[in-house]
Design a protein around this ligand. Structure first.
Ligand code: ZN
Length: 376
């Protein structure tokens, strides 16, 4: 049993002072006690900073960790996709496995408790199975030239915490998009409105349209007016959905999505990846104004210098710290369906305990030096 305290603790979605957390040997929270004065409590370990539950990375591609630093920043959306294709085969299996192991260990040390991870193959699945981090793996389906998702279903049937998901609203024809949605029995995660190219495709113009024309690929889904309309037309309201990026989402898109889903869809924002690829930004204030549910993802090391939740929080701008912390913890856990045990500090849960240090504690803000580290 450990008794732990800090300047602040994130309890019930709010930052509270003079809290002592009691945690048993199985990492379960067994007590949350408000005390008069922390320094009078014997046998309490005190940490300078803010105690938060283990964080949930709502969007990652662990298998791409070997691409750390391999693709130049600012290549743009289409340039980035081409660059991945060009460098993908320059690395050995050992290099890929090693990079994924290192990234997994870094996330754990940093205080990540669960990851909603997107995968194309099974290579790093054993690393995720052995990890202390809880992963949900979604095998992403691309389908402009195929209707077949048998292999994805097969992979999902082999690994316990996994399922199938459509990659995006621009990379699958209508039927296969619906099949991938149908095959998902956990959380659906779709890359949505990451760049203007995606919006332009629905107007039959732009770089994606040019690329598809050159390849001779015809899209049978452009009768939907927008990518957001395609989402609501193809995914049943009761499904649990994570929409990734949303940089180009308009007020109309956000309202359409909000109206459709019975359980609010989660917008997984990955601002470091957007900055890295194209310099674009997620519409944080618009989403907040519309009351949308937001979580935070790191995306992959192909488009981020590190898998840092704090760096992504910092890049989301002038948002109250308590709100940012809820996005990084509770909202991600709910999006993954893990909120019964993770995402908040509550008696009976096993969320892990993480210290957010080097904050401006007076104004409750992140600083350039803020970082997280795992306490347990
Ligand atoms: Zn992604």
């Amino acid at each position: 049993m450990r008794k732990i305290a800090a300047h602040y603790s994130l309890i019930g979605g709010e930052l509270r002072r003079n809290i002592v957390l009691s945690v048993d040997d199985n990492r379960q929270i067994v007590g949350i006690d408000q005390v008069e004065q922390l320094d009078s409590c014997a046998s309490v370990e005190f940490f300078p900073g803010i105690l938060i539950p283990g964080m949930v990375n709502a969007h990652c591609h662990l298998e791409l960790a070997y691409l750390r630093g391999a693709i130049a920043e600012g290549s743009g959306f289409a340039g980035f996709a081409r660059a991945i294709g060009a460098v993908r085969n320059n690395f050995s299996t050992e290099e890929r496995l090693h990079a994924a192991s290192v990234a997994d260990a870094e996330m754990w040390e940093q205080g990540v408790e669960a990851v909603l991870d997107i995968a194309n193959d099974e290579l790093v699945m054993p690393i995720k199975e052995r990890s202390r981090i809880e992963y949900l793996t979604l095998f992403e389906v691309f389908g402009l030239t195929t209707q077949n998702i048998d292999n994805h279903k097969y992979m999902a049937s082999k690994w316990k915490q996994s399922s199938v998901t459509p990659h995006s609203t621009y990379s699958l024809q209508d039927d296969i998009f619906r099949s991938a949605v149908e095959a998902n029995d956990k959380t659906i995660s779709v890359h949505l409105l990451e760049s203007k190219d995606e919006v332009e495709l629905y107007h039959n113009e732009g770089s994606l349209k040019q690329w598809y024309d050159k390849m001779g690929w015809e899209c049978d889904f452009l009768h939907y007016a927008t990518p957001a309309e395609r989402i609501t037309a193809s995914i049943a309201p009761e499904k649990r959905v994570v929409l990734v990026h949303g940089c180009e989402a308009t007020a109309t898109d956000i309202e359409r999505i909000a109206k459709h889903f019975a359980t609010p869809a989660t917008w997984a924002l990955c601002p470091e990846s957007n900055r890295y690829i194209s310099g674009s930004k997620p519409p944080v204030e618009l989403l907040r104004t519309k009351g949308a549910k937001i979580a935070i993802g790191t995306d992959s090391l192909a488009s981020a210098r590190e898998l840092s939740m704090v760096e992504n929080m910092r890049l989301l701008g002038d948002v109250p710290l308590t709100e940012l912390l809820r996005w990084a913890t509770k909202n991600g856990a709910e999006a993954m369906g893990l909120d019964a045990k993770l995402g908040t500090i509550e008696v009976g849960k096993t969320p892990g305990i993480v210290l957010l240090e080097n904050c401006d504690l007076h104004n409750l803000r992140l600083t350039p030096e803020s970082r997280t580290r795992r306490i347990l």
